[in-house]
Design a protein around this ligand. Structure first.
Ligand code: S3P
Length: 420
């Protein structure tokens, strides 16, 4: 895919439904009583894998429309489920099935099979679950067993691990508490509250008890992480002004807005409302010259999937930016620290990898552009496209189709915004 430079990025758009919330709507809907009507579902490779996984475990899901589902809740039956590229699906599903009868076999693609699964298997085993991984990875087998509650302090800030334990806690004897070193996205907690679970939230911990669930309706807001590449493009190209409507604004997801503001971008948020318990609104970005900033570990979970874009923004901001505490990026769909360093260097930026992030020397001018490879990682493909739009000579993105994992219509939507 060749992405040509833009003169400006202008317009009003909406983006597909949030991937994290869409996964949770399918998985929680699958174990809830009765039907769950999901509106605004973000259909993409990963979320389709969630639908297919619960279907292969005996749950019926009706496709009412591209972005609308009816999940017929019931008992998940033993069997095999392919989680494809979706880490969120595999880790949350481990928690969902840990306390259920039968043998569940979970597989994934090559990338997912290289990602760490003991971080979930370990705490679930201490609840009594029987889990066998393949050297800490998928394929893995969960043999359902009676569970008991645990108190667990997360060693890494991970919403996926937290969610897996909470979902297992719904079927455990006693009160399960997860303590977080740094707050991570709380979509699971919000959805469980909405479903009537016995759940108690505190600033740095959350407790669940055995509960039956009834979800009924879920309205999924636009995915902030899909809006982010568009917002970044507008922040990078002089003369741009872009509004993304009806996008999720859960404060545990919108760290990029805080960073953009610190860097000097002009950001405004309008029409704040709620979709269920999730905050939603319209976000406007106007181009302004950017200056460097520092990204500290405590901030990382609120922008973990946007860090590749932060590295790009820093590459053209005045001054030096250091991103610290982001070692988790090494175990995403690709090693995103190296993937971002290679991509940005290949297009003219001054970036050095650290073990836990980057040091970036910004040069306030367009990057040259060049040829890059997405490494099968949707967020890297989108980064390459944004570099292309904001570059002098354009970018050729190899493996560009990996955007379909989270945002199949990404290039078409970007194209409607780009003035050439
Ligand atoms: C997610 C949590 C994050 C994030 C991922 C989605 C979720 O992963 O990077 O894209 O939906 O819970 P970790 O929990 O591994 O940090």
């Amino acid at each position: 895919m060749r992405i040509e430079p833009a003169v400006a990025v202008v317009g009003h758009v909406a983006v597909p439904g949030d991937k994290s919330i869409s996964h949770r709507a399918v998985l929680v809907g699958a174990i809830a009583e009765g039907d769950t009507h999901v509106r605004g579902f973000g259909r993409a490779g990963d979320t389709q894998a969630s639908i297919d996984a619960v279907r292969s475990l005996g749950v019926e899901v009706d496709d009412l429309a591209e972005d609308e589902l009816l999940v017929h809740g019931g008992e998940l039956r033993a069997g095999a489920a392919d989680c494809m590229n979706a880490g969120t699906l595999m880790r949350l599903l481990m928690g969902v099935v840990a306390g259920r009868d039968g043998r569940f076999e979970l597989t994934g693609d090559e990338s997912l099979s290289s990602r760490p699964m003991e971080r979930v298997a370990g705490p679930l085993r201490s609840m009594g679950a029987q889990i066998e991984t393949t050297d800490g990875h998928a394929p893995l087998v969960v043999a359902g067993a009676p569970l008991h509650a645990i108190d667990y302090e997360l060693p890494v800030a991970s919403a996926q691990v937290k969610s897996a334990i909470l979902l297992a806690g719904l079927a455990a004897d006693g009160a399960t508490t997860v303590v977080e070193p740094v707050p991570t996205r709380d979509h699971t907690e919000l959805m469980l509250e909405a479903a009537g679970a016995r759940i108690q939230r505190r600033p740095t911990s959350v407790t669940v008890e055995r509960s039956s669930l009834r979800l009924g309706e879920v309205e999924v807001p636009g995915d902030f992480s899909s809006a982010a590449p568009l917002l970044a493009a507008a922040a990078l190209v002089p003369g741009s002004h872009l509004t993304v409507h009806d996008v999720g604004l859960n404060p545990r997801r919108t760290g990029l807005l805080d960073v953009l503001e610190r860097m000097g971008a002009r950001i405004a948020v309008f029409n704040r409302r709620r979709a269920g318990r999730e905050p939603v609104g319209d976000v406007q970005v106007q181009y302004a010259e950017l200056t460097a900033t520092a990204i500290e570990p405590a901030e990382i979970p609120s922008l973990v999937d946007e860090l590749p874009l932060v590295a790009l923004l820093a590459s053209v901001a005045r001054g030096e930016t250091v991103v610290r505490g982001a070692a988790e990026l090494r175990v995403k769909e690709s090693d995103r620290i190296e993937a971002v360093t290679d991509l940005l260097r290949a297009t003219g930026a001054h970036v050095r990898s650290r073990d836990d992030g980057w040091t970036i020397t910004g040069v306030p001018a367009r990057l040259r552009g060049g040829r890059v490879d997405a490494r099968g990682d949707h967020r890297i493909a989108m980064l390459g496209a944004v570099v292309g739009v904001a570059s002098r000579e354009g970018v050729e993105v190899g493996g560009a189709d990996s955007v379909a994992i989270s945002f199949p219509g990404f290039y078409d939507l970007l194209d409607t915004l780009v003035k050439r």
